[in-house]
Design a binder for this molecule. Structure first.
Ligand SMILES: [Zn+2]
Length: 296
């Protein structure tokens, strides 16, 4: 993003970042498309706040992002600011709002937002067992020189007390979680990749990126199940997550979901015609796992 705009955004009050599901990110650089998103977003935020009858709706601002470099990917999140505290808390608490016009995820903007748990996605193993992959990753991280390199990176934030570094590094490795992605090659043959998640102990974004980058580039060999390596992140066409492809997106499984579905031919802001979906919001919740098994 443009640095000056980022500085201005940081100074706004009662704000959150909105990522819009119903939006083809390839169109983000087209100003007219972004203006339509901003106007629709403002209307939906107004509805959450009770509609035009609530006078504070007029004070809510929606700002569009400016790319810092015309050749780079254009940012797709918008700033919503001047939201009264009671509504801000409500919007952030529910996090995902599905409406017939637009579906959005609201991200807090504060200094204590935790780093993402997912570090990267591993592919290349022949096993279907996440526990086996967890063992391989654990052994790799605890082997030399990886464990010392991890400790060295962490020391940028936490100092060089060796005893503390060993404890923190071990705690980090113990926090490892492995989640299997069930995918299919064209033709239907199944294969598996694994989300690698862990609670990083660092607090500086640059340190987190350095650690993630180091672990991303490591090879993860095993005697029985092949050699794992990190794969490119996905870009879910529904929720814009980098953690899964569109076919594995669980949002459409939520009861009364009003956002885009797996069958959406294209992401559009045009009102959907299914009359049974008109009005109200579909909240975040647990649905069935009907999406599992759908792949690339
Ligand atoms: Zn998704």
């Amino acid at each position: 993003m443009d640095d000056a705009q980022l500085e201005t955004w940081s100074l706004q009050q009662n704000k959150f970042m909105a990522t819009v599901f119903n939006f083809d990110s390839a169109k983000a650089a087209i100003e007219a498309e972004m203006q339509q998103v901003a106007a629709t977003l403002k209307a939906v935020i107004g509805e959450i706040m009770g509609g035009a009858n609530n006078p504070v709706v007029d004070h809510v601002g929606v700002a569009m992002p400016i790319a810092s470099d015309l050749t780079s990917a254009h940012p797709t999140s918008l700033l919503v600011f001047n939201v009264p505290t009671e509504y801000l808390e409500l919007i952030l608490k529910q996090r995902v709002w599905a409406h017939e016009k637009i579906t959005l995820v609201a991200w807090p903007m504060s200094d204590d937002v935790p780093f993402p748990l997912m570090l990267f996605i591993l592919g290349g193993f022949t096993t279907t067992d996440p526990e086996a992959v967890k063992t391989i990753v654990t052994n790799t991280w605890l082997s030399e020189p990886a464990c010392w390199q991890i400790a060295a990176i962490i020391s940028d934030d936490l100092g060089t007390d060796e005893g503390n570094l060993i404890t923190v590094t071990e705690t980090f490795v113990r926090s490892l979680r492995v989640i299997r992605l069930d995918l299919h090659f064209r033709g239907g043959t199944p294969f598996h990749q694994y989300q690698i998640c862990a609670e990083t102990p660092v607090f500086q974004p640059t340190t987190w990126f350095t650690l993630r980058e180091y672990l991303f580039k490591l090879k993860y060999p095993s005697s029985l199940y092949g050699c794992g390596a990190a794969v490119d992140f996905y870009s879910c066409a529904l929720c814009h997550s980098v953690a899964h492809p569109k076919g594995l997106c669980l949002f459409p499984t939520i009861t009364n979901w009003k956002g885009p579905s797996w069958n959406s031919a294209s992401i559009t802001l045009e009102p959907r015609v299914n009359s049974s979906n008109r009005g109200g919001f579909g909240g975040r919740g647990r649905g069935s796992t009907r999406g599992r098994g759908r792949g690339l």
